[in-house]
Design a protein around this ligand. Sequence first.
Ligand code: G1P
Length: 310
Amino acid sequence: MSPTIRRAVIPAAGLGSRLLPLTKATPKEMLPVGDKPVIEHTVRELVNSGITDITIVVSGGKSLIQDHFRPNPALCEQLREDGKEGYADAVEEVAELARRGHITYLDQHGPYGNGTPVLNAARSFGDEPVLVLWPDDVFVAEVPRAQQLIRAHEQTGCPVLALMPMDPGDSQRYGVPIVKEDLDDGLLRITGLVEKPKPADAPSSYAAIGGYVITPGIIDELREQTRLWYDRREGEIYLTDAINAYAASRAVYGQVISGRWYDTGNPADYLVAQMAFALSHPEYGPVLRGLVDELDGERPGSAANIAATL
Ligand code: G1P
């Protein structure tokens, strides 16, 4: 069994352009889903999965992320003086979460592309495998997604990609894995990824969803991609290219994640995530359900509306 994983990287330097103008001043990682910013869901998942070393790769305009996780003793003292113990506890609990995850921040530099933040963070990895999670995905799962990925790596000792079953019509939004062998418990041996193929060209019905166990061999491939980039100085450094170069001669696995997946990176899916978390909140959920029923009752053709006319 391979040693377990204790480090993770969250690339959070992107512009969030699909959510503009909402993300002009507020980083997309700080938009709320339920009663927490998106990135806090990911940090909680990592800490609950035993990760003790989290690097968040940021760019200019992302200081709200740091502010959110930084302790604020003056605020907490004030809240306690005012008798608002519950709020003070909640603020301190987030700082404690950051402390348990040993969050550090790294400024993005180098060529564009989703491989660059991973390579920037890799300087401190040594020979260890790491988890890389895009900050757009939020999971509700009995076993956290991060733990499912760690388990697959412990079993195989190889790089692992988080996969979800995909609606064939969505293939042009995702990397689609080439599946060589279907093993037990959602573990798949894969030979590479095709980025955003047309539905007719999709090699399988799974989507890569931005969760990876990256091993030192993939980092070597990213270095090679970056060296080539500096020769030509155009295009971007993609993690997928490094994974494909690695998979040409070595084993890579996919883990189909069990759980519910919410993508928060575009307006429609973000609203779905918001709605789902709000509806399942123990305190606010019932209020919202009442509102949904009320609005549904006003909708022409709704069951409640028809019943009222009978
Ligand atoms: C990236 C990856 C792609 C993956 C997607 C998931 O694409 O290259 O393989 O399916 O993230 O969000 P991007 O959406 O950054 O273009």
